[in-house]
Design a binder for this molecule. Structure first.
Ligand code: ADP
Ligand code: MG
Length: 243
């Protein structure tokens, strides 16, 4: 049984359809990368999957359980399983790194404070920030801030993590320290959706690459299929331009 099935999702903004006929099955531990031109609907799909944007129609099946987006309790349940990290880290400026990572699990999820801090300590070590617990965001580099944002997402203990262009705002020399953290998560069996322009990285970590254009899934395949042997003309054009 797939961990997540996406069934006929359709989404729009103000009456304009921006996603249609989205179908996909994701196995536990898989890394799925969404690629495609700007405006093709990648971020919108991630927003729908995390329950931030209600779709017009369609549904997802999480661990065999159908999520009806019209049912608030079910959307809340979906959101508990997902964590999304954006290009803009959106850290709380007035809180230490440790507080940034622990506040939601403690205050929103009501988890045991000691246990949350212990887990956050472990996560900050994993993202290479063991010495930054007491630092404030404005004392950190962009790469460090983004690693805090990733630790903060992981602290929620999501089953699926969604990364929307998490390195796009970083100076080139800081990109790799963040990609290293994502690589580590992939190797440890986290289920992930990745939107990234780092094509060498996408090729390396993805089980499947989904090429999207104009709100549709055009082609899905292994990195080799999509980058080396695409079957659809639109995929060929896109891949030809970026490689
Ligand atoms: P991508 O992430 O692939 O660049 P998006 O999902 O951001 O694409 O956008 C898909 C389409 O939806 C685009 O046409 C974009 O202009 C439109 N769109 C995105 N966000 C909004 C919004 N908040 N309001 C209206 N239209 C939006
Ligand atoms: Mg986007």
């Amino acid at each position: 049984m797939p961990q997540l099935e996406i069934v006929n999702l359709k989404a729009s903004y103000g009456g304009q359809t921006v996603l249609e006929d989205i179908n996909m099955a994701v196995e536990k531990g898989e890394t799925i990368s969404l690629i495609g031109p700007s405006g093709s609907g990648k971020s919108t799909l991630l927003r729908v999957l995390t329950g931030l944007l209600p779709p017009i129609s369609g549904h997802v099946i999480l661990d065999g359980k159908k999520i009806d987006y019209r049912n608030k309790a079910q959307v809340q349940e979906l959101r508990r399983h997902m964590a999304i990290v954006f290009q803009q880290y959106n850290l709380f400026q007035n809180m230490s790194v440790m507080k940034n990572v622990t506040i939601a699990p403690i205050k929103i999820r009501g988890r045991d404070k000691k246990e949350v801090i212990e887990y956050a300590t472990h996560l900050l070590e994993r993202v290479g920030l063991a010495d930054k617990h007491d630092a404030y965001p404005d004392e950190l580099s962009g790469g460090q801030k983004q690693r805090v944002a990733i630790a903060r997402a992981l602290a929620l203990r999501p089953d699926i993590i969604l990364l929307d262009e998490v390195t796009a705002a970083l100076d080139p020399e800081l990109v790799n320290e963040v990609l290293d953290v994502v690589r580590l998560m992939a190797s440890q069996g986290m289920t992930m959706f990745i939107v990234s322009h780092e094509m060498a990285f996408v090729r390396e970590v993805s089980a499947k690459v989904v090429f999207m254009a104009s709100g549709h899934v055009v082609e899905v395949g292994t990195p080799e299929q999509i980058f080396d042997n695409p079957t659809q003309q639109r995929t060929k054009d896109f891949v030809g331009k970026i490689l």
